[in-house]
Design a protein around this ligand. Sequence first.
Ligand code: ADP
Ligand code: MG
Length: 742
Amino acid sequence: MSDRRTTEGAATAPSSSPDRLAATLALDEAVTRVRLVSPARAKAFELLGVRTVRDLVTHFPRRYIDLSSRETVASAAIGQQCTIQGTVHEIKLKRPKPRLTLVEMTLTDGTGTLMVTAFRQPWLMDSLSAGMQVAVAGKLEFNYGFKRMTNPFIEAVEGDAAGGGMIFPVHPATEKLSAAWIRRLVGNGLAQVAGLYDPLPLELRAKYRLMSRGAALSAIHFPQSMDEVAEARRRLVYEELLFLELMLMEEGRARTHGRVPVSHVVDGPCVAALAAVLPFDLTEEQQAAKRDILGVLAAPQAANHLLLGDVGTGKTVVAAFALAAAADTGSQALLMAPTEVLARQHGQSLGPLFDAAGITWDVLTGSTAPADREAILARVSAAEVDVLIGTHALLEDDVVPAKCTLAVIDEQQRFGVDQRAKLLAKGEAPDALYLTATPIPRSLALALFGNLTLSYIRHRPHDASRRTTKVHTKQDRGHAYDAALAALGRGEQVYVVCPLIGASSEDRDEKAGKRAAREGDEDEYVYAAISIEGDDDLACDNVAAAEKEAAFLQHKTFSAYQVELLHGRMPGTEKQDVMQRFRDGETQVLVATTIIEVGVDVPNATVMIIEDADRFGLSQLHQLRGRVGRGSLPGEVYLISASRTEAALKRLSAMETTDDGYELAAYDLSLRREGDILGNRQHGASALKLVNVVRDGKIIEAAYADALALLEEDPKLEAPAHRALAREARLAFKRAATVQGG
Ligand code: ADP
Ligand code: MG
């Protein structure tokens, strides 16, 4: 407590200009410059991503404990979160099992007695003793005749502390560095940068009545009231977003600076022929998206267009028209997909249409044989190929198109900025078309891409309402397998998705529980521990587990059918063969790790069983289930939860009630899992520490408009009033920029 007061004093003390400059520069010094940050603590900070003073002072609290609104033991309601202050009557360390310690404390406040139990925190004995005043915050329970709290937040309070300023920040912590220590070190960090300059131009601060940067940083860590937190947050969110927008706009400008973009021919013979050979009519939304896209391709600017459409809405064929326009223009287009399976599938579905429309094409992936590769590269360089479809293999230096004017990136959320930039560098100033099934609101799309145009496809060509989703626990997953057998009996096919990520579910529940206990947050629980980022979806040692699971299903559950396994560690050619046999109906059950998520299209597959579904984000699950109910047959999806925690089941049940990807994304976001939506490779995501894209939609739009206006007035941000802004925007995204350069 005493620490925190001195910090506040220092942060608001008036300083002369040289001090202010020094304070500003201190942001980018190593965190070890902060008082009490020893090398060992710096190492622990490293795990939290904190390396510089800037990282430290932007290591924001994840929640607050408001000791200013306290209740008494008598008044506090059972089952509620509450804060109670009292005197320690007795405190004891117990050891019920050899490796289990617990601290038991009796607290009295004149209205009653509260029993407090803290598991695995023996160090509490060092800081607390009978007679001390402490405040505890947590969920109130009642059993064995007493009101109790288990693993509450515990804070010793000074005798006179009953006044204001009783809000405690709870920072993300680790085992090596407790929340209490972090609080103290953040305070020291703030002292180091006290008096720092505010990079926001005065007029913008005035326009939105924003706090100064220094005040906001102090207030978000050590607020006097929750209102102050909200104000500080508002200021810092705006700042994060303005920096992001400026940086993205700059990136966009750099891409085309001094280059000549192409106006594509969009009413040529290839486009017309493609329309004529399509086996179906485009839906109205597809037609609208096609019009939008051809419109931006025809314009003499380098287009940046994002096509957003839920899984199965038919984005591929819309993109095909853009590819055809490049062919009509006499130039070339690249279509990059994140996995081998998907790139091959594009070749198979688009290839025949292209052939019929007189568009030449090739597919290039990591497993293309060397001789074939040579030949393809030669044709591409000689402008004999209109459309080159491929994976990351397209990014190789020796892929040199003669004249590339269009780059299409499918499932763009799978790619990093650097990869995006590298593909675009294959042409002079090519138009860019991004496809994504990750449903992001318009405001977020703007935030992530800066300047861009958008088209949405909201409905699938086939009625997807005929897809049902059910959640089961492991105990009654028999229902799911019965449904699968019934579908197989009707001649349909089945996916079984097994993330198989090692640690057993019991382990995980226990870990999540411990973590929640440590952080005093019972609703917290961890999912999305699996990364679904490209082909490396399985750790090596799990390949054996996946094989075992597939063998088990083949011999026991589905013995009358052909079962095959598909996983990310397989050689590319083998993956293609497995997919091909499934597509051809030779195998009826595909046991897969998550690589089937992206774009795979087998209309006869109608049942999907997802094991350990609680490990996935809702958007990921939604993408996965988009593989069934695609054709004219209804789909059934079974989500098997390995976890029986209420939070896990509740979250999954959202999948039962809505089939709308946008709604699910919003729900995931409301649980504050932005990372799941943004994908951890978007540089935007990593530098956005406070922004919540649902809640902050209005601020995103404001920052976007302000950034546009600023750059219009001062394109390089050279005016004295803008220099600090330019510098800060650069620094905030420095790490991302390094990646991009590499
Ligand atoms: P996604 O948007 O998820 O990438 P795809 O482009 O893979 O979806 O399309 C899903 C399926 O819908 C494909 O089999 C495709 O041929 C089919 N499809 C696309 N548009 C139409 C349409 N207008 N009418 C009927 N089927 C369509
Ligand atoms: Mg697709």
